[in-house]
Design a protein around this ligand. Sequence first.
Ligand code: FES
Length: 173
Amino acid sequence: MRSPDIQGSSQSGASMKRTEIEIMDAEKVERIIDNHRCEPGSLIQILLDIQAELHWLPKEALAMVSEKLHVPMSRIQHTATFYKAFSLVPKGRHEINICMGTACHVRGAPRVLEVVQNLIGIQPGETDAEMKFSLGTVNCLGCCALGPVMEIDAERLGKLAPATTAGLLKGYD
Ligand code: FES
């Protein structure tokens, strides 16, 4: 997992912040918080749900969480920056992680990474202009025998070959 930040606010302050994000997104965030009954003990799960819904944690969303849970923004920021599952910058609709661990590396991961980079036009740590893909690398996905391994969202794809890797990305919109 991983981590984020923002500031607490009065009702009028939060309303102003909500104008900075899409109204639909604000409604999604409100619904998520309400689903957890505004429970401070559900903070991490609320942030996970917002991350899953929006693909990142906009600071305006964190301000809404702070206001509705009555949790200081400093604590929310600490939580959001601590866990790797959270992103404070916008991410693509699909997250690609290519394993560059030793087992995958010796089985051709660098070539797989090169193919993916060329296909979607971004480097690890970047998101494409269409907000379709975010690309990253990891050190081990825990299934070394399947190397080289790539993870797209929750799906793990193993025994990759550079020649067939591009085709695996075609089904994503
Ligand atoms: S080194 Fe790639 S899955 Fe372990």
